[in-house]
Design a protein around this ligand. Structure first.
Ligand code: G6P
Length: 361
């Protein structure tokens, strides 16, 4: 059941393993009956702009959702941390919409951001896990991410489901739901992602071995560009949360504007390299290599040049994943953080100083 660990040593690992099944059931739900109705309803209001607010992992999921909304719907979307948004007098104009991403639906700052939007007469929409939560009750509209109960304090499956639900929202907003062919296409893309994650999980030992080699290093820079930048941020957050190691997520092209000064043989660069912006990201890796940084690349499989450049290489088959590929890379990051934390011997499911849901300011 959802509240016991079953055969797993930690809830976090169990929840990582649940992801393929949850992904499969998401399109099942949203492309039929009641689910389809709720998606249509969410897509029926087309705002002139989205103000996307969230905290922590949900915020990073929101960055990917921003890309969907701007790429597929051509609706401007401004992502903002809820704790900043609520205090900076944001310009909110009728006809725009507040979009809130949250696992618990109880995060104080996100709730305050929602109230602010409502006061300014914006329509509000949530992408949320907990049915009946405060956020769910306060928003005009909600899309449930259907991740089941998440117990590990470090969020894993909720991130994946949030991003995918955002992708479904983008489909609803462009009135493509009635087209059977579009639904079939997205369903098979989601299924392919699930299948590939099953395969990835079967390769966990490879990730564990890499973790064993790097876990004692001083610090970690996760780098990515474009759609891989949000998962660089999320990968670093995961490591900080559960392994108590200094880690930063950085836009690959921004490293030279400061942080590259920190690179030496005790620093690891976790380079996230997908098919998009490939060459540019590789040249950033070369810059780090030249400063003796340890290179751990998560990149396209069978890429000899990149493998040669890297100290550790985890190859991925990106075929067919397209805009969903950051989710896949993120699951490598989840497992990497998990195993590094395990070697460090931390309390993985209940990391020190953290709460599952931050209901006070
Ligand atoms: C806490 C949790 C994080 C989570 C964040 C936002 O800090 O430890 O894992 O990402 O809150 O929570 P929410 O429930 O709003 O997604």
């Amino acid at each position: 059941g959802p509240t016991d660990k079953g055969d797993f040593e930690h809830f976090m690992l169990k929840e990582i393993h649940e992801q393929p099944e949850l992904i499969r059931s998401l399109t099942q739900f949203y492309f039929h009956g009641e689910g389809l109705e709720s998606l249509k309803k969410a897509g029926s209001f087309k705002p002139s702009k989205f103000h996307m607010t969230a905290c922590g992992t949900a915020y990073y999921a929101g960055l990917l959702i921003r890309d969907f909304l701007e790429t597929y719907n051509k609706i401007p979307c401004a992502p903002e941390l809820a704790s900043e948004f609520r205090y900076r007098n944001p310009l909110l104009i009728e006809g725009e919409s507040g979009l809130f991403i949250s696992q618990s639906g109880e995060t104080a700052d996100t709730l305050a951001a929602q109230e602010l939007c409502t006061e300014s007469k914006l329509k509000t929409l949530s992408i949320v896990n907990v049915d009946g939560s405060t956020l769910f009750r306060n928003c005009d509209n909600n899309l449930l991410i259907r991740a089941g109960i998440e117990i590990g304090v470090a969020s894993t499956k909720a991130f994946t489901q949030q991003v995918l639900t955002g992708r479904l929202l983008s489909l609803a907003l462009s009135d493509e739901l009635s087209e059977e062919s579009k639904r079939v296409k997205l369903t098979s893309k989601f299924s392919l992602l699930a299948e590939k994650i099953d395969h990835l999980i079967s390769r966990s030992k490879e990730i564990k071995d890499i973790a064993e080699s790097v876990y004692n290093h001083k610090g970690f820079f996760y780098t990515g560009r474009g759609i891989y930048y949000p998962v660089a941020l999320e990968g670093a957050l995961k490591l900080k949360e559960i392994a108590y190691v200094h880690a930063e997520g950085y836009a690959a092209g921004e490293l030279k504007h400061g942080p590259i000064a920190m690179i030496d043989e005790d620093m690891v660069n976790v380079a996230l390299v997908g098919p998009e912006l490939f060459e540019k990201t590789v040249s950033n890796i070369q810059e780090i290599k030249a400063r003796k940084g340890v290179i751990l690349t998560i990149g396209p499989k069978d890429h000899e040049e990149l493998e040669e450049l890297s100290d550790y290489y985890f190859g991925i088959d990106f075929d067919g994943l397209e805009e969903l590929s950051p989710i896949y890379i993120n699951i490598v990051n989840q497992l990497l953080a998990y195993y590094i934390a395990k070697y460090k011997g931390t309390d993985i499911d209940k990391p020190r100083n953290l709460a599952k849901s931050v209901t006070v300011e």
